[in-house]
Design a binder for this molecule. Structure first.
Ligand code: CA
Length: 220
């Protein structure tokens, strides 16, 4: 899961980035509307969290612009404007959800999970069950044959991405952007090492290699 955070309040952005990282979500951050549009067009995230009051353009205009270009990425609006009219115009312009500042982190995370379920190929609940592996996106617990198994944060994030997209091939680039934010130093074989470690826990044939492309988990 990779989120683009569009927020000009830098201390809020830092705090959010940290809290989301704790929850296994990789966040890339921009502070301007023009940058947000550029990123969504060139390096699309899974979800956009968008502040409405930005220095260079109104967040509502950004939403309208993206929707006009048929870009359907879920957008969660985060803003101090909390009047009913503002909520309505946010949703009318094409936002998927709306959270007024100040907000509690658990609520933001729950709303992110709602959007995540909508784009997942596998599950409309927080539990994803494929073969012997069950993964809960709310408590981040993984069970294999009903036994709770300990996964590192990175392994969990990787497994979640593969299971949420079961039946689809995840390219190396996809998976790396799920694991790392821009500019993070990554060694070239890091992904292979994590997949290798995952397979030791899930059984060797749960994650299939698609040679030269990436990896996939079959739907069951
Ligand atoms: Ca702002």
């Amino acid at each position: 899961m990779q989120i683009l955070l569009v927020e000009d309040d830098l201390s809020l952005a830092d705090g959010l980035q940290l809290a989301l990282k704790q929850a296994g979500i990789t966040v890339n951050h921009v502070a301007k509307g023009s940058e947000a549009i550029h990123v969504v067009q060139t390096f699309p995230p899974d979800i956009v969290i968008l502040d409405l009051g930005l220095p260079d353009m109104d967040g509502l205009k950004i939403i309208e612009k993206l929707r006009k270009q048929k870009i359907t990425i879920p957008i969660l609006v985060l803003t101090a404007r909390s009047s009913i009219e503002d909520k309505v115009s946010g949703l009318d312009s094409g936002a998927d959800d709306y959270l007024a500042k100040p907000f509690d982190m658990p609520e933001l995370l729950a709303r992110i999970r709602v959007l995540e379920r909508r784009i997942s190929s596998t599950s409309m609940s927080n539990d994803i069950l494929i073969g012997p592996v069950s993964l809960n996106t709310s408590n981040m617990q993984v069970k294999i044959n009903n036994e709770p198994i300990l996964f590192s944060k990175t392994e969990y994030v990787l497994l979640k991405s593969l299971m949420q997209n079961a039946g689809r091939i995840q390219t190396r680039d996809n998976l790396e952007s799920t694991l790392y934010s821009w500019g993070e130093e990554v060694s070239s074989n890091a992904l292979e090492v994590h997949i290798h470690n995952l397979r030791k826990k899930t059984g060797s044939d749960f994650i299939k290699t698609v040679r030269g492309v990436g990896y996939t988990v079959q739907k069951t």
